[in-house]
Design a protein around this ligand. Structure first.
Ligand code: AMP
Length: 358
């Protein structure tokens, strides 16, 4: 695919002063604001008045400007975007922003985005997501196109990034019933995705594709605590059997984790492969944070069931702390929020701003 100049590159080329990091409220906002402060980059908080009053007004030293909205629907208004462009804003997208504004609107947003905005469209579709991972040569779980195909336990996923909410686990025998129950809730069989349920250790790996350093950096890893599946494992087996509860996967919290070092060969290779596949598919390079989320099996295969083409909330566990891998590249302690601000600062200092936005 031929590369065209992105909206973001056009806009930053007209910025005269230093860029400011525009941080949307919620998700990883505090980490991003802290990262900007650690790098001496000015930050602009963009939040609703409610978010501001409940949370961000208590951390005012972390940002120099705030653009407050009555509701997130005001974000795409001409006057909001004009104000942000006047402030030389470069936006960091995250899952909450995508949920508030919608991927389709963000793809056309008249504001520079630190990241590959074209990936947002792919992220909105399970099919395109798994196809991208497979085209990168990354191992993925099996996808069952019809209930009759399923030969293993499965996880049934709903459309959109729901933090696991409403996902169901099933066996080949119970799958038709589960699909019928979801249909009654308004989800057609075409909308849901049925994946092989992977058993093993979950590793959610955080990477940073640097255009300034021309490399994909490994920053950190986390895994999640999910309700009720993590609670079920704490029940005595007899009680669990009596209760006969179906596992659910609502993401509640994150924990830091590191992998056995020999696994890094695969993990590092997957990061490079993913970035290359994104460039091939979208015609624009991978830029900034991304994450691969998967399970390492007892055969030490790393099967990736999901990716995020932007910062993930699991990086918050290292906010203000030296992340184990990310800090290896620098003299200073490094974590994702700070790494993003460093890229912005270095790109500005070296005249490379157009390279780190779309
Ligand atoms: P996701 O929305 O895809 O990130 O999934 C939410 C949670 O569901 C994950 O954190 C996992 O615990 C679980 N999960 C998703 N896909 C799979 C899978 N193929 N096998 C096992 N667990 C999964």
């Amino acid at each position: 695919m031929a590369r065209s100049r992105s909206v973001g590159a056009e806009i930053v080329s007209s910025y005269t002063g230093a860029p400011r990091l525009a941080v949307p409220g919620s998700h990883s906002a505090l980490q991003l604001l802290r990262g900007a402060r650690d790098e001496g980059v000015e930050a602009v908080l963009v939040a609703t008045r409610r978010q501001y009053e409940a949370i961000y007004s208590r951390f005012e030293w972390l940002y120099s400007r705030a653009v407050l909205l009555e509701s997130w629907s005001d974000f795409t208004e001409k006057r909001t975007l004009e104000k942000l462009r006047e402030l030389n804003a470069v936006l960091v997208p995250h899952a909450s922003l995508i949920e508030y504004v919608g991927a389709d609107k963000l793809v056309g947003l008249e504001l520079p985005i630190l990241g590959n905005r074209y990936l947002l469209e792919i992220e909105a579709s399970w099919d395109r997501k798994i196809t991208l991972l497979a085209s990168a040569g990354i191992e993925t779980p099996r996808i069952y196109r019809s209930p009759g195909e399923a030969t293993t336990p499965v996880i049934v996923k709903l459309p959109g990034a729901k933090g696991g909410r409403g996902y169901r686990a099933a066996t080949p025998e119970t799958l038709p019933r589960v699909l019928e129950e979801l249909r009654q809730l308004g989800y057609s069989p075409e909308e849901v995705t049925v994946q092989e349920l992977l058993i093993g250790v979950r590793l959610y790996v955080h990477y940073f594709a640097s255009r300034v350093m021309d490399r994909v950096e490994l920053i950190s890893m986390d895994h999640r605590l999910e309700s009720n599946i993590d609670g079920l494992s704490r029940l005595p087996p007899m009680l669990a059997a009596q209760l006969n509860l179906e596992p659910t996967f609502t993401v509640v919290a994150n924990q830091p984790i590191v992998a056995r070092e020999s696994l890094l060969a695969k993990i590092l290779d997957y990061g490079d492969r993913f970035a290359a596949a994104v460039e091939k598919e979208t015609g624009h390079p991978m830029i900034g944070p991304f994450s691969l989320e998967g399970v390492v099996t007892d055969k030490l295969e790393y099967k990736v069931f999901e990716f995020s083409g932007r910062i993930v909330a699991g990086t918050n566990v290292y906010m203000g702390q030296p992340a184990p891998y990310g800090s290896l590249y620098w003299e200073t302690p490094m974590y994702m929020g700070r790494r993003i601000a460093r890229e912005l600062r270095l790109a500005w200092e070296r005249g490379l701003l157009e390279k780190i936005v779309t």
